[in-house]
Design a protein around this ligand. Structure first.
Ligand code: NCD
Length: 304
């Protein structure tokens, strides 16, 4: 049995197989409509989410399976003081696979050690968000044809944004990737990440100006300033409008640059950009369902 805690839990070959399966699901959905008949997924969300939880529910439902779960820690026994380990041990009696989101870093990992069913980390604090990364990689591979040889700009809250941390971790395994980290000084990518890049000899730049970076980018990954991880409201208010992607700013971008965003968007991409051919964030959300369908199928197959 295998779990998914970090995108690195899968080899690049296993990821390729997963994306091939997701592509087949996209092209032939009817072939998979009953692949999970009789199976149950538990979604245990101790932290708010719309997209991730609903995309898991949509994925399992499209495979013919059923979903149980909670979307708020206060409506689970955590409110009574139950540990994550006990909760997962019990949920193992009710479901065949579990997706868990938790505000504490490492909580899904603790759950996985006690679980009798595969556990998927659906986001743990500011740490990792592997299924968003699978979604991002799938979108890039499908729309750019490859996962190697590009310059990617990651812009916004690089300090608290777990999708950013997960994606960088995953991309370092591909060839000729150049990172441009675009953030205000206060929201720079954590040191452990730049140290890892230095160690692996991966090229990156850290800049403040989005305009300066724009012409060099093959991909622009925008992110929201993570309000819920700030200790102080004033800092959040000061930083939340730091980058706003507009039509004018895009005039300096390559004609085939892809604009990605894990969503939810607050104000960092102006809505007028949605009509730009380069805007790929809603397609990205759609790829997220196919890739989660492929992940559920793969983990259930390995658990047999
Ligand atoms: C992200 C998350 O939860 O980290 N959302 C998502 O799952 N698509 C990004 C965010 O909340 O900013």
């Amino acid at each position: 049995m295998r779990h998914l805690m970090s995108p690195l839990d899968f080899s690049t070959k296993e990821l390729d197989d997963l994306f091939d399966l997701a592509t087949d699901i996209k092209n032939n959905p009817e072939k998979y409509a009953h692949a999970c008949d009789g199976k149950i997924m538990a979604t245990c969300f101790y932290e708010p989410s719309t997209r991730t939880r609903l995309s898991f529910e949509s994925a399992m439902t499209r495979l013919g399976g059923n979903v149980i779960g909670f979307s708020d820690a206060n409506s689970s026994s955590a409110a009574k003081g139950e540990s994550v380990s006990d909760t997962i041990r019990v949920i193992s009696c009710y479901a065949d696979i579990c997706a868990m989101r938790h505000p504490k870093e490492g909580a899904p990992m603790v759950a996985a050690t006690k679980s009798l069913i595969p556990v998927i980390n659906a986001g743990d604090g500011g740490h990792q968000h592997p299924t968003q990364t699978l979604t991002d990689l799938m979108t890039i591979r499908s729309m750019k044809g490859s996962l190697s040889g590009f310059t990617i700009g990651l812009c916004g809250d690089l300090k608290f944004g777990r999708t950013v941390h997960s994606l960088i971790n995953a991309l370092v395994r591909y060839e000729n990737i150049h990172f441009i980290f675009i953030s205000p000084e206060e929201l720079k990518v954590p040191d452990y990440i730049t140290e890892m890049l230095d160690e692996k000899n991966i090229s990156y730049e850290e800049v403040i100006s989005l305009d300066e970076a724009m012409p060099k980018l093959d991909l622009l990954y925008m992110t929201r300033v993570q309000k819920e991880r700030f200790f102080n409201e004033e800092d959040y208010i000061r930083l939340k409008g730091f980058y706003i992607l507009t039509k004018e700013k895009l005039e300096f971008a390559k004609p085939d640059m892809l604009i990605l965003h894990p969503l939810p968007r607050v104000n960092e991409i102006s809505v007028e950009v949605d009509n730009d051919e380069r805007a790929a964030y809603f397609e990205q959300a759609q790829y997220g369902v196919y890739v989660r369908m492929a992940l559920i199928l793969t983990l259930l197959k390995w658990a047999k």
